[in-house]
Write a protein that binds this ligand. Structure first.
Ligand code: 3PG
Ligand code: MG
Length: 378
């Protein structure tokens, strides 16, 4: 497979106009950015280009405005923050204000790249989308992946190809159906899986246990039964915290009474998961263990987050909710790699490639075969 061109493969960038696709899809409260992680994450690439006298214009989507200009999704707050972090760097208006972006329209791409000499994709979080700004420009312009995209690909594909063992994946969140592909891909490479969050109740149901009124996915019960029989170590919680039929805080074992609702893994399970994380040499964590936004149900997620911070293992975290949880506990600096991608990180682990990476590999300046790193495509 061809190698993905890096910034070095752009040649001399001095005086060149560079279209930089970033993922500045940041969380907003009105017009206030509540987390600027994705903006800061693009700075190494921006600084690399500026230091070499390139003229940088960023382009991003924000939210899902459905192809029409929508004031609440204006890039203005992001532009203001970017101006503080990287003065002089321009930012175009929301790409998704034009239906041509998501429709991967050739005319839209042509208008987008007009006047640009080079294209850089640093929008890891959007590189699983075959949208115009991701897959279009590399068909025409000499192109490269930025430093953020490069790091994400190195770390996440590294999990698939040569993780230090034991390699443990800790998965949570509400739905197994959202993550089935990645769970199956992970089962091939991990030594153990630990499962918390509401998705554990679908596994409990597959074991024939009573789950009360807890969230679960009836149509995934058979799938969970099959995963449990796959011959891999799967750690499930053995205690649960939630509310009883009267809505009162309660603790349970793994059989929940009628009307009860599980909302977090219990302290015993959190301790057991913590041990698994401490004993591992590589850990990937996606999805919270419970409803951590409510302090009564945050302990499971907090204990796992603390173990991620304390373990000597190489730790990788993906998904907006877990990143938010780490921030809430003040532990976001304590893990080795916090992915800027949610869906993109899962899809890269599942499939080993993304539309945005394929497009870069086919760029006019892409270097040829790289026999040494065939498996990662780099
Ligand atoms: C994200 O936040 O998941 C990325 O920015 C992609 O956004 P999307 O899920 O709306 O395509
Ligand atoms: Mg998404």
């Amino acid at each position: 497979m061809a190698r993905i061109p890096t910034l070095e493969d752009l040649g001399d960038v001095s005086g060149k106009r560079v279209l930089l696709r970033t993922d500045f899809n940041v969380p907003l409260d009105g017009t206030t950015i509540t987390d600027d992680f994705r903006i800061r994450a693009a700075l190494p690439t921006i600084e690399w280009l500026i230091a070499r006298d390139a003229e940088v214009v960023c382009a991003s989507h924000l939210g899902r405005p459905k192809g029409k200009p929508t004031p609440e999704f204006s890039m203005a707050p992001v532009r203001a923050r970017l101006a503080e972090l990287a003065p002089g760097v321009e930012l175009l208006e929301n790409l998704r204000f034009d239906a041509g972006e998501e429709g991967n329209d050739a005319d839209f791409t042509a208008r987008l790249i007009e006047g640009f000499d080079l294209y850089v994709n640093d929008a890891f979080g959007a590189s699983h989308r075959a949208h115009a700004s991701i897959v279009g420009p590399p068909k025409v312009l000499p192109s490269a992946m930025g430093r953020l995209l490069q790091k994400e690909v190195d770390v996440l594909l590294g999990l698939r190809t040569n993780p230090k063992r034991p390699f443990v994946a800790v998965l949570g969140g509400a739905k197994i159906s959202d993550k089935l592909g990645v769970v199956e891909a992970l089962l091939d490479v991990v030594d153990a899986l630990a499962i918390g969050g509401a998705m554990c109740f679908t596994f409990f149901a597959a074991q024939g246990k009573s789950i009360g009124d807890s969230l679960f996915e009836p149509d995934q019960v058979e799938t969970c039964a099959r995963l449990l029989d796959a011959g891999k170590t799967i750690h499930l919680p053995d205690d649960i915290v939630g509310v009883d039929a009267n809505g009162t805080y309660a603790t349970f074992g793994t059989w929940l009474p009628d009307g009860a609702k599980g909302l977090d893994i219990g302290p015993g399970s959190a301790a057991a998961f913590s041990d698994v994380i401490m004993d591992a040499r590589t850990v990937f964590w996606n999805g919270p263990m419970g409803m951590f936004e409510d302090e009564r149900f945050a302990a499971g997620t907090r204990t796992v987050a603390q173990a991620m911070a304390d373990t000597k293992a190489f730790t990788v975290v993906g998904g907006g909710d877990v990143v938010a949880a780490l921030g809430q506990f003040g532990l976001d600096d304590e893990v080795d790699h916090v992915s800027t991608g949610g869906g993109a990180s899962l899809e890269l682990i599942e499939l080993g490639d993304l539309p945005g990476l394929e497009a870069l590999r086919a760029a006019p300046n892409a270097p040829g075969e790289d026999p040494g790193r065939e498996e990662t495509g780099r």
